[in-house]
Design a protein around this ligand. Structure first.
Ligand code: PEP
Ligand code: MG
Length: 748
């Protein structure tokens, strides 16, 4: 590119920026900038198309096309050349537009006389805002230089739009971040909350996209990049813990921070008139657009790394960071692309809700949200680009929906829902000290699932009789290093103390599958859920399991201890693990340490195979707990993490109920205490059916105890059992319709 065009480009950007300061409405400003661009680029036409909704582009200003078509000409995403630019987020450059595939003739614009066409996306950090087009009569294709120049202009137009420069009449000129938006995502944790947005990483606001002095902007960029390199190097030295995977990520960071290509593009952007931060954001926007189209997971990860680095760089350049000095609003609802479990735990119970763009039901953040009992919506696409700190927001964890800046009718409706839930909660609270006894006098023991210290306060509040499942892996997941034995012993002791003598069933580490420890080498497995996980890891590499068992014995120090081994598929695995525990007890005895007063050793039944184990297994186990989440997954061959099939099979499927009854019968014969601790135990109707077929202990999330108890107390479990048996005898594939029909006739 020649010096002349660089200074042309800078002059144009400055004149565009000056329109920001000039008085006038958004429309006038748009009209002025299309004139400026056309004259500066030497083209006969310049047009700006903006989105009026997610799917439709509208011609908002033009120099060269017929004025009457402004705000009339519209196209769908992907339609015509303009729609193609928007859809693919990449330029379309052609000497003969009418001959181009997909060209759509718009008679009202009078564009048939223009042959050449160059369109570039107007986008900001992956958010599509519109399309900028230049056209000429002469049949010529535009040079790379001209494409680049137009992209730089589009970047400034995007920033101007973000700053509210084009606000006017009609949907296409609506003010950004002002109107109500609804997001349809997925449920991470049920519950409803109303509050104000608190962005985990507030968006950086670029006040000045245009640089007056390229030399100065270059200096700013170089200094910021140097700072960034230093901070990446520091991260690498401080975290050099021999963990290959983490170091690999950091090395990738370093690679980008030193990448000449990245730097060169930003330097060129600055030479053409962008400010340093606008140059960073332009490259980031283009990388994000690419992210959407790259299927290769490795490349996607690297683009994510680049995105993170660009964010850091933007924060260094603008001085806007997580500590922007903004105050957390009352009733904060955390909005983030994604968040780690430790960070979420740091925010703690002060959050009223969490909304994530990514995440999954089984993610660690979801586990923490559940422990904190705060509603969580996942997969709320693009919410971080739309929401601003302090925005009014409604989170519906039950439906997996979010209303951002809702109108008053929606908000009123939502408040009624929250009030109803609160009323139900207080009704349940009044049952807290009552037993879960049905009308005929059968009592079901209701316990809670836990995994963090943060869960323990719920023990008293929920009325749970104990902790039926303490998932010990959570303590491992929220750390960046393997916890030490002393640390774990202290933690388990605190859990036992907080339980005030109530029974806590400690399940040994269940890692693998969806639960991958950040500091352990990841083993690539084709089917991790059926792979090297839980007790399989514990038996093959006993170091960590032994350490955990020692920590548990020491924590008990004279108190009762209950240990449960997860994912036992055959008797020998249980025998081996149990022997390991007994060995450790002997070892502790020989060291003169205080031993547990009572020791109970149980197994989780999570694979169908264990239901058919020899009688000796049922006799040896002090108790058995059914991990229904896994058992169902393997019974129906339906991945519990796969959204497509996750909800396809029902616990009340007749075959599954029959299978559960067989397990109940086997445990009855050997007198082995049996419980159920999967998610289904916390769903009132399912819990009722489990109790009806003979389960006398259920373990569930604390919030479910009230509703389950309420329902049990209002029915006769024997009558329900008869209903289920009749439905099955009549050939029903699923018992739910019969159960629901019967329930509708009860006083519940
Ligand atoms: C289960 O599988 O039902 C269970 C309780 O264990 P987790 O959900 O931790 O796998
Ligand atoms: Mg399980």
């Amino acid at each position: 590119m020649t010096e002349r065009t660089e200074s042309d480009s800078r002059r144009l950007l400055r004149r565009l920026r000056d329109t920001l300061a000039e008085p006038g409405a958004g429309q006038e400003r748009l009209d002025r900038i299309v004139r400026l661009i056309a004259s500066s680029m030497g083209t006969e036409v310049c047009s700006v198309y903006l989105f009026r909704d997610d799917e439709t582009l509208e011609l908002c200003a033009t120099e060269g096309l017929k004025r009457e078509s402004v705000h009339k000409t519209r196209m769908k995403l992907g339609e015509g050349l303009v729609g193609r630019v928007a859809k693919t987020s990449s330029p379309v450059n052609t000497a003969n537009a009418p001959a181009e595939k997909g060209f759509r003739y718009m008679p009202e614009t009078g564009e048939e006389i223009y042959s050449s066409f160059l369109g570039v996306p107007i986008q900001r950090l992956g958010e599509k805002l519109g399309v900028l087009v230049v056209q000429s009569k002469e049949a010529r294709s535009y040079s790379d230089d001209e494409i680049y120049a137009l992209e730089v202009v589009a970047m400034v137009v995007a920033e101007m739009s973000e700053l509210g420069a084009f606000i006017g009449e009609g949907d296409a000129l609506a003010a950004p971040h002002k109107h109500a938006v609804m997001f349809r995502g997925g449920t991470g944790q049920e519950g409803a909350a109303e509050g104000r947005v608190w962005l985990h990483e507030p968006r950086v606001v670029i006040i000045n996209p245009v640089g007056d002095d390229p030399v100065k902007e270059m200096e700013r960029l170089n200094k910021a990049v140097a700072d960034l390199r230093l901070s990446v190097d520091a991260m690498i030295t401080t975290s050099d813990n021999g963990d290959a995977e983490q170091n690999q990520i950091l090395e990738a960071y370093r690679m980008f921070a030193n990448s000449r290509g990245w730097m060169r593009r930003m330097e060129e952007d600055i030479a053409r008139g962008l400010s340093a931060e606008a140059a960073v954001e332009k490259e980031q926007s283009q990388a994000r657009a690419r992210l959407e189209t790259v299927p290769d997971p490795y490349l996607r990860d690297r683009l994510h790394d680049l995105d993170d680095l660009s964010n850091r760089l933007l924060r260094i350049l603008t001085g806007q960071g997580q500590d922007t000095g903004a105050e957390m609003p009352d009733n904060p609802i955390l909005v983030a692309r994604n968040i780690g479990p430790a960070e979420l735990l740091d925010y703690g119970r002060k959050l009223k809700g969490v909304v994530l763009e990514e995440g999954s039901v089984g993610s660690h953040a979801a586990v923490v949200a559940r422990a904190l009992a705060i509603p969580l919506v996942i997969h709320a696409e693009k919410i971080t680009t739309e929401a601003l700190n302090g925005d009014h927001i409604l989170v519906d964890g039950d439906q997996g929906m979010v209303h951002l800046r809702p109108d008053e009718t929606v908000a009123r409706h939502f408040r009624e829902k929250i009030a109803m839930q609160a009323a139900a909660q207080s009704r349940y609270a009044s049952l807290r000290d009552q037993p879960a006894t049905d009308k005929a006098g059968t009592t079901i023991a209701l316990h809670m699932n836990a995994g963090l210290m943060a869960d323990l306060p719920s023990l008293a509040g929920s009325g749970a009789e104990g902790v039926g499942l303490f998932r010990t892996e959570l303590q491992f997941l929220i750390r960046s290093h393997v916890p030490k034995r002393g640390e774990l012993a202290a933690l388990y002791a605190r859990v036992m103390e907080a339980a005030h003598g109530k029974r806590v069933v400690f399940r040994t580490l269940d890692i693998g599958s969806d639960k991958v420890l950040p500091y352990m080498k990841r083993v690539e497995e084709p089917n991790p859920a059926m792979g090297w996980r839980a007790i399989r890891v514990g038996l093959d590499k006993p170091g960590v399991m032994r350490m955990q068992l020692q920590a548990l014995i020491r924590a008990a120090a004279g108190r009762p201890l209950t240990v449960m081994f997860p994912f036992v598929a055959e008797m020998s695995e249980f025998t081996e693990a149990r022997t390991m525990l007994i060995d450790e007890i002997e070892n502790e005895r020989s060291l003169g340490h205080k031993l547990p007063s009572i020791l109970e050793v149980g197994a989780m039944l999570e694979t169908p195979s264990l239901a058919f184990a020899p009688d000796a297994f049922f006799e040896m186990a002090d108790f058995i707990s059914i991990g229904g989440n896994d058992l169902k997954q393997f019974f129906f061959a339906a991945d519990r993490e796969n959204e497509r099939v996750r909800k396809r099979y029902d616990m009340l499927n007749a075959s599954f109920v029959t299978f559960l009854e067989k397990i109940v019968a086997r445990c009855d014969r050997t007198g082995t205490p049996l419980s159920f601790c999967g998610e289904d135990a916390g769903r009132p109707v399912e819990a009722l059916c489990l109790a009806a077929i003979g389960f006398r202990m259920l373990s569930m999330r604390p919030a479910s105890i009230g509703p389950v108890k309420h329902l049990i107390r209002r029915v006769d479990l024997g009558a329900l059992k008869a209903v289920m048996e009749r439905a099955r005898a009549s050939g029903a594939d699923n018992l739910r319709p019969a159960v629901m029909d019967w329930l509708s006739r009860q006083d519940v």
